[in-house]
Ligand binder design. Structure first.
Ligand code: NAD
Length: 381
């Protein structure tokens, strides 16, 4: 038995951002809170969206104080502004969309964002919300999660069906301005989603279709988008890959890479995509024997030739392909190489925090203990 949930409306295509005014009007909203960040503003994307809203007589407030890996109290600030509006529009990467989704529910639920971190703690539906991703990406436009950083350290998600956006509007043109390093980090995040959803214990025949296609699209197109950011076909395929990966994780969940990546982001502020990318090959090495057939399939769609190989060697091709991809998009193989020194918080503290990220660990194809986590951090360090 399985259930499959998806946002009610997904609009995808080059130029669909121009429809934002008419889509908001259809929903009946008159004042929109645009949640975005400085990078998106500098890329000229906020003014573009404002223009389309104003053309339809829709007014807006704009909140741009969203840092990467945003703090939980940023959601509270955005939530206060959302109370004066009747729709929330997230225009940005995962950090922005997660704040937008949290703000929309805070507008209709009392208290602070931290009250709702956990599973199914949100009492009432929030304001309608439309997500327009500018990275490819987290897939947050189609998930029911808002990941927020706690102070002083740690990360926790608000998970509730009320966080599913009413609409995801995906325009590959919005991703063209991403510089190579952000293209690489966010693209590896999308690949991690797809691989972890495909090998999750919660995977089902529907999520497998989304996840496998995502792996294929991302592995083929990420190096092209990284080397030639203006290649629209590669950008389009990357955004499609991250969308499919997002749908897969919304239904099959993520795995141990995410559990071990959270402390890297939460304790050392390593960008989410980089944390995942650094840990992914080591977690795959740990996992592959528990899901050999699926790993062999991953190796195949990533371009490996498994003819005449044993299933185990075919599965190992997947890990080789991920390492090659990381090399091609210039993401180092070791944590130290990105300039992070594990000092203030020890590997043992990080492992303890990772063990608290329970759902991804339950989804993981192989049971992982805190000793395993320490070992994997050591290998990746
Ligand atoms: P991000 O949103 O933090 O953005 C990173 C940087 O990229 C920012 O400086 C931003 O300004 C810039 N940027 C984004 N789009 C751009 C564009 N088109 N042109 C130029 N610059 C651009 O990065 P992200 O990886 O998309 O999001 C990471 C966050 O998402 C983390 O907090 C992570 O935990 C969360 N996340 C959430 C989910 C979910 O389901 N809710 C899933 C995965 C990750």
């Amino acid at each position: 038995m399985f259930a499959f949930r998806i946002v009610p409306e997904i609009i995808f295509g080059c130029g669909v951002a121009d429809r934002i005014g008419t889509e908001v009007k259809k929903i009946g909203a008159k004042k929109v809170l645009i949640v975005s960040d400085a990078g998106i503003g500098n890329a000229g994307l906020i003014s573009k969206v404002e223009k389309f809203l104003h053309q339809e007589g829709i007014s807006n407030e704009t909140f741009t104080d969203v840092p990467p890996e945003p703090w939980v109290d940023v959601a509270d600030e955005a939530g206060s502004l959302a109370r004066e509006c009747d729709l929330v529009l997230g225009l940005g990467g995962g950090s922005v969309m997660d704040i937008a989704k949290a703000a929309a529910v805070l507008a209709k639920n009392e208290g602070k964002a931290s009250d709702y971190q956990g599973m199914n703690k949100v009492h009432a539906p929030g304001l309608p919300k439309i997500m327009m991703p500018t990275t490819a990406g987290t897939g947050s436009e189609v998930t029911f999660t808002s990941v927020l950083s706690n102070r002083p350290v740690g990360k926790g998600g608000i998970n509730s069906p009320y966080l599913f956006p009413e609409m995801a509007l995906l325009d590959p043109l919005l991703t063209l301005s991403m510089p190579p390093a952000i293209t690489a980090a966010t693209g590896m995040d999308a690949l991690t989603h797809a691989i972890e959803a495909y090998t999750s214990q919660q995977a089902n025949p529907m999520t497998d279709i989304f996840a496998l296609k995502a792996i294929e699209l991302i592995s083929k197109n990420l190096p092209i988008a990284f080397n030639d950011g203006g290649n629209l076909t590669a950008r389009e395929n990357m955004l499609m890959g991250s969308l499919l990966g997002g749908i897969a994780i919304a239904n099959a969940g993520v795995g141990a890479t995410h559990a071990l990546a959270y402390p890297l982001g939460g304790f050392y502020r390593v960008p989410h995509g980089i944390s995942n990318a650094l840990l992914l090959p080591y977690i795959m090495e740990f996992n592959y024997k528990s899901a050999e057939k699926k790993f062999a399939q991953i190796g195949k769609v990533m371009g490996g030739n498994s003819d005449n190989l044993s299933q185990e060697n075919a599965a190992l091709m997947a890990i080789t392909a991920v390492r090659k991809l990381l090399h091609n998009v210039q993401i180092p193989a070791k944590i130290k190489k990105i300039g992070v020194e594990i000092k203030k918080y020890s590997l043992e503290e990080m492992a303890a925090a990772a063990m608290g990220v329970s759902r991804p660990l339950e989804n993981n194809p192989r049971k992982l203990t805190s000793e395993d986590a320490i070992k994997i951090y050591k290998q990746a360090y």
